[in-house]
Design a protein around this ligand. Structure first.
Ligand code: ADP
Ligand code: MG
Length: 740
């Protein structure tokens, strides 16, 4: 059949089955491909490369800024700018941009040419001021009312800790300068500024505690982050035929296919060749940008995959995760694919998360201390006492600020994922594993030996380091799990910027470390030995935080009931989760640590609530359009065919005419759909009339709005299963998820 006479859906299937696999660059196909190490980081200019290009004292100052999180000295900036310019132009870059993260979840850039004129002569120029500062129009980014449009002044400033890089798209090379974005009064307008502030807050408090513990040469404690990115790759041609995927990033309707993920054959299965080619090209681009992607594999759902980097310092990891998401989206198109990063693109099968592996490490002048992971059990009783102190801080933080941590992951997308069959529920709890649970409970019970040293020996210090290696002791259902030498925050959504959840985690832990330090100072007046004093301080913490520890199956209904008994929050809907941002306790936390001022926090709450409302309204409108212009016309078409066929049968004198029953059946479904479609329209009108009260609007959308969508979906999915396949205009789950 010529392609032109096929329905769009069938034409797409033909195109897909006939498409060739694109060979990714960097793989020659004859086994002589360059090694990754030969091109890794070729498009970045980090501190290490600068060492070769800069005078020694300039380099030392730059390093100081990077290492200590300090601002760059104005007198070194010109030389640094010069070195960066030469490198970038040498690599073919024509433009530069400050690359920053406004509160859209994405990154922003505005390109300027290196072009300048000297006496009418064109030349390449790039000065210190351009490196250090730039002024985008701040009014067009979400600010949650922080800046009225008439005072829309804000600027971006280079964050020297994150290496500059050259983005190379369609052969166009642009120098990108990772930056923060702040208003003229210093108010944070982006995701990165509070992250850097939270790192500083944690660092200061951790150093103070370390000094008390006797570890004195630390000059910084930094948090480390390894985000595992889950995503779907589907055919772009299918995607293009689905207005819901294009507009909302997820399918709003779609009947479940007979085969979903029940065969459990996709997880860690072989990666199809087309997909492999695409992923390899994504990795190739990321390696050039210095993003250390280490693992790739199939995820549980059909057409779902994951890539994870080696962990890095948190702010760099956040930048790199943005690059991962952007690169996935762009490179997929070259392969005729679409990367779908939404948390729940397909109902009834697994959604996508972004497990954030998080820990704290020491930067110290003493090489023995430098690089030590504070959440890694050590070899000596002292190291393990230190480990227990920082562990207690995390437990205390998560217990006290569980609601706030839930707020940080509260988005319209994650709402569909949390608590669905395959993702942790909206209840934040911590998993510790058998060995540590035993240690914690034994300390908490207070039946202890005379000294910390004896106690550690009794508890089996020698076994603590083994925790790290114990892979069997895993609980994949926990939203926040200890995995031997780090915590894994699993409730984070796949499409969101991970900056904010980590800001809140850093903040909560910083506060807890501070509280432990205060308690320890007091205890040291009574107890001589530090280690003994630490044990006395962590004991009540281990005891009081026991409600937040849960070792069982977080997906079970039993846990939901148990958690309620324990008094843990279960914030299922986004608006109630976001409200946790502005509780008295959250305000005190963030303002006292100078991470966000009261107004900055208020504005963030508004940006997030507003975003939720917009997402919901986009979904509602898209759904209405789908019903009116796709589903109903298809149903009418099919019912018309049945009617025609029935009429013909009658004319032919056929006695049994089952087409009449079938047409009546479809008719009943249509009537039902029209009823719910009307209710959906009413919710839209009502919600749009309430825009002066964001909280009420969000509440309406999350209740009546979500209910209306669910009812409409039910009718549409029933129709999809009743209407002739030929009449159905939208690619089905089966086609999108199981490409042939
Ligand atoms: P797992 O077996 O728990 O999945 P992996 O070693 O495979 O552990 O790590 C998963 C992710 O956790 C990777 O991105 C890895 O870099 C990251 N990770 C490992 N150690 C740390 C750490 N100390 N801090 C932050 N992330 C870490
Ligand atoms: Mg995973």
């Amino acid at each position: 059949m010529p392609a032109s006479s096929l329905s769009p859906r069938k034409a797409v299937i033909r195109e897909i089955t006939e498409r060739d696999v694109r060979t990714p660059p960097g793989s020659s196909g004859n086994g002589t491909s360059p090694r990754i190490s030969e091109f890794f980081g070729i498009n970045t200019f980090g501190v290490r490369q600068m060492r070769d290009k800069l005078p020694r004292d300039t380099y030392a100052k730059l390093l100081d800024a990077v290492r200590h999180g300090k601002k760059l000295d104005v007198d070194v900036a010109p030389r640094v700018a010069q070195a960066i310019k030469e490198w970038a132009i040498g690599r073919g870059a024509t433009h530069f941009t400050h690359w920053f993260q406004p509160q859209t979840g994405l990154t922003a850039e505005k390109h300027d040419a290196f072009l300048s004129f000297d006496d009418g002569q064109p030349m390449e120029a790039f000065g210190a001021s351009q490196l250090i500062q730039s002024e985008p129009d701040a009014s067009s980014f979400p600010s949650g009312g922080l800046r009225a449009t008439w005072e829309a002044r804000g600027y971006t400033a280079w964050n020297p800790a994150s290496p500059v890089f050259i983005a190379e798209w369609a052969g166009v090379k642009t120098l990108c300068i990772p930056s923060v974005f702040v208003g003229y009064n210093g108010e944070a307008l982006d995701e990165m500024t509070p992250l850097l502030r939270s790192s500083d807050a944690l660092s200061t408090r951790a150093i103070e505690l370390l000094e008390l513990l006797g570890d004195r040469s630390a000059y910084r404690v930094y948090t480390t982050l390894g985000p595992e990115q889950e995503y779907f790759l589907i055919d772009r041609a299918h995607f293009a035929l689905r207005p819901d995927l294009v507009m909302a990033g997820r399918t709003l309707i779609g009947a479940p296919p007979p085969r979903g993920q029940q065969l459990e054959d996709h997880y860690f299965g072989g990666i199809p060749e087309r997909i492999q080619a695409c992923i390899a090209e994504v990795e190739y681009e990321l390696y050039r940008l210095g993003v250390p992607i280490i693992t790739r594999h199939n995820e549980v759902a059909p057409s779902q995959f994951e890539m994870a980097p080696r962990f890095e310092e948190t702010d760099v990891a956040v930048d790199h995760n943005q690059l991962v998401m952007a690169t996935l989206r762009r490179v997929a198109l070259r392969h005729g694919l679409q990367a779908v990063l939404h948390e729940k693109p397909f109902a009834g099968i697994n959604g996508s998360g972004k497990h954030c592996n998080w820990s704290m490490s020491i930067a110290a002048d003493n090489p023995e201390l430098d690089g030590q992971n504070l959440l890694k059990p050590g070899q000596t009783p002292h190291q393990n006492i230190r480990f227990l102190a920082f562990l207690a801080a995390v437990l205390h933080a998560v217990h006290k600020h569980a609601g706030l941590l839930r707020a940080g992951i509260g988005t319209s997308g994650n709402e569909h994922r949390l608590g669905a069959n395959e993702a942790p529920p909206a209840i934040i709890s911590v998993f510790m594993g058998t060995t540590l649970t035993r240690v914690i409970e034994s300390i908490a019970s207070g039946k202890t030996a005379a000294s910390a040293e004896q106690e550690m020996i009794k508890l089996g210090v020698a076994r603590l380091p083994e925790i790290e290696k114990d892979n069997t002791d895993r609980n994949r259902t926990s939203p926040f799990a200890f995995t031997g030498n780090k915590f894994e925050f699993r409730a984070v959504g796949s499409s969101q910027s991970i900056a904010f959840p980590i800001v809140l985690l850093n903040a909560a832990v910083a506060e807890a470390i501070g509280e432990i330090t205060v308690a320890l100072k007091a205890e040291l007046k009574k107890t001589k030995k530090v280690d003994d004093a630490v044990l006395k301080v962590v004991r009540p913490i281990f005891k009081n935080t026991s409600p937040v520890r849960f070792e069982g199956n977080n997906y079970s209904d039993g846990w939901v009931k148990e958690a309620a008994k324990r008094g843990l929050l279960n914030l299922r809907r986004t608006p109630e989760a976001l409200a946790q941002l502005v509780t008295k306790q959250s305000r005190t936390l963030l303002t006292s640590l100078s991470i966000l001022s009261d107004t900055e926090l208020e504005s963030r709450y508004h940006v997030r609530l507003e975003r939720y409302i917009k997402d919901m309204l986009i979904e509602l409108h898209t759904m209405r359009e789908l019903v009116d212009t796709f589903v109903l016309p298809a149903a009418f078409d099919y019912s018309g065919r049945l009617t025609d066929s029935a009429a013909q049968a009658k004319v032919a004198g056929i006695k049994s005419i089952p087409q009449i029953d079938a047409a009546n059946g479809v008719g009943a479904l249509i009537t039902d759909l029209q009823k719910h479609r009307k209710a959906l329209g009413a919710v839209i009108d009502k919600a749009e009339g309430m825009h002066d009260d964001l909280v009420k609007q969000a509440q309406l959308l999350t209740s009546a709005g979500a209910d209306a969508m669910e009812s409409v979906r039910g009718c549409c999915d029933a129709l999809e299963q009743a209407v002739s396949d030929e009449c159905w205009p939208l690619p089905k789950y089966r086609e999108m998820l199981f490409p042939v």
